[in-house]
Design a protein around this ligand. Sequence first.
Ligand code: SAH
Length: 276
Amino acid sequence: MTAKRNSGWLKVVGLGPGSEALITPEASAALADATDVVGYLPYVERVTPRPGLVRHGSDNREEIRRAEAALEMTAQGRRVVVVSSGDPGVFAMAAALFEALEALEAGEPEWRALDIQVLPGISAMLAASARLGAPLGHDFCCINLSDNLKPWALIERRLRLAAEADFAMAFYNPRSKARPEGFELALEVLREACGPERLIMFARAVSTPEEALSVTTLGQAQPEMADMRTLVMVGSSQTRLISRSVEGGKEGGESESTPWVYTPRSALGAESGAES
Ligand code: SAH
């Protein structure tokens, strides 16, 4: 039996897309038990203050240093929660934490023996797709459109190959402030690869009071329809709409409801997808 010298633990949790109701009970329990919460300031501010809980909010680009600080506190015996929005494994803190853990020169070898857990959360693409119906109901991929950590050429290559493979696609970080023209370029690539009739969906601030959904085609889409709080999805060639307005219902009345969007589970009748 090895006696545990250190009662500290570290949990990397996802706070979901915004609504309290979409935080898992497991993540809430971790927060209730923590001594410290670490993360990007707006996410840390989502955690209700209480006596005995120290909140450490930091800047967006501080991920590795933040992860090191969390490991350090855990090694000191504290109970640390690292928060991300959505799911911590999707373009978020879990990978940053393991990067810091692997870079031993930056930290301590004992960090590897720490009690670390990653707790899943509801990622923006799952919350957004649930609101719209089931646009990711068949094979899909998700791509981070930010070119902070990868070259634009790689993003463009992945867009083209995803379109060729006829995936439905979910895009995170569609418009980075540093490079607002990126999303415009992405739309051009997608229009060329998928054609102007292909469905595109914009889901902004899902599950918050500012939530806004819209469905249009690549031909009609404008870059300004997305910002950093928007999750963008592009359908596969099989993705379909079901209108929710009842024709001839109310006098000439067309309801404003966003249509349902879904991708059928079966692609047995589909072509190989590529236009070749
Ligand atoms: N780990 C997070 C993603 C972090 S990247 C997750 O799993 O959801 C941040 C991006 O996520 C944003 O630019 C936006 O594209 C998306 N996003 C996060 N919350 C969102 C929400 N409530 N509605 C729509 N998109 C959201």
